[in-house]
Design a protein around this ligand. Structure first.
Ligand code: ZN
Length: 278
């Protein structure tokens, strides 16, 4: 059986329907409760999830405040210009190789965290985030999915002015202000996703849908990204990859985020994130 891993107060929990179960308790102390350890031992979470329906839950999902399911990734990578319609709207050239940049791990926050705007040019980008389960180097595209523990939702919040404040542009800084990397609510194991190449990705601002794409439209699909990135650096358990955003970002329409905006991000089978701008 697959697993749904989340984090509450920094502790790893398994989700079963409307309830959550403390991983350290479920495993009788075999797991410390650190979500990063849980991801590194993701293969064991399948059997532990089988045991969950038989025990009394530790709490209700509706009452829980989830943190980032991957709170401290060693590396946090992101892909720019990975949906053709977004490349067109951004008036950029189609990339010949994946455009990879860093969202510094310090920007990662949870699925209900406030986004602390620090300029007038904050923007949203709904994205599928894949989480490495088994690390490695020079991983072939054919075996890439075997190295992924699961998937979650991400927002690649971007400060457009800062992103293009230098030439060539420094994407990493413009996308790494504190709180600019909400992920969650749950890390869903890949075996629970029918078809990761056909997931609808949406973003709404204050109830108005701004983005509606599908992972079938990725220019460089997930196996290609894993093969490319691991040909350059060793990937490790808990590394996260934001896979790019579909069209409809605010910069193109001149509608940047302002305090009070509510960002709702959804992906088929992965749930939704709700983040408020302050
Ligand atoms: Zn992005």
């Amino acid at each position: 059986m697959g697993f749904r891993l989340a984090s509450i107060d920094g502790r790893a929990v398994l989700i079963d329907g409307e309830h959550w179960h403390d991983l350290a308790a479920v495993s009788f102390g075999e797991f410390s409760g650190d979500p990063m350890e849980a991801i590194a031992r993701h293969a064991e979470l399948h059997a532990l999830s089988d045991a969950v329906p038989g025990r009394d839950p530790d709490g209700a999902v509706v009452d829980a405040v989830f943190g980032a399911p991957v709170p401290r990734p060693r590396n946090s990578l992101a892909i720019g210009l990975n949906y053709k319609a977004h490349v067109v709207e951004a008036d950029m050239e189609l990339p010949k190789n994946p455009l990879v940049f860093t969202k510094f791990p310090s920007c990662i926050v949870g699925p209900t965290a406030d986004v602390e705007l620090r300029s007038e040019t904050g923007d949203y980008e709904a994205e599928l985030v894949v989480v490495v389960g088994d690390g490695g180097r020079d991983i072939a595209a054919e075996s890439a999915w075997d190295h992924i523990a699961g998937m979650t939702i991400g927002q690649d919040i971007s400060d457009r002015r800062l992103q293009f404040a230098a030439k060539p542009p420094h994407f990493d800084l413009g996308k790494s202000r504190d709180t600019y990397g909400p992920i969650g609510p749950v890390l869903v194991s890949t075996d629970l996703i029918d078809d990761p190449t056909n997931l609808t990705v949406t973003c709404s601002i204050n109830g108005e849908e701004r983005q509606n794409g599908n992972t079938s439209q990725l220019i460089f699909d997930v196996p290609t990204l894993i093969a490319y990135i691991s040909s350059i650096l060793t990937i490790e358990p808990g590394d996260v990859i934001f896979t790019g955003t579909p069209e409809g970002v605010g910069a193109v329409q001149g509608t940047y985020l302002v305090p009070g905006d509510e960002i709702v991000t959804t992906i088929t089978g992965l749930g939704q994130m709700v983040n408020r701008c302050v």
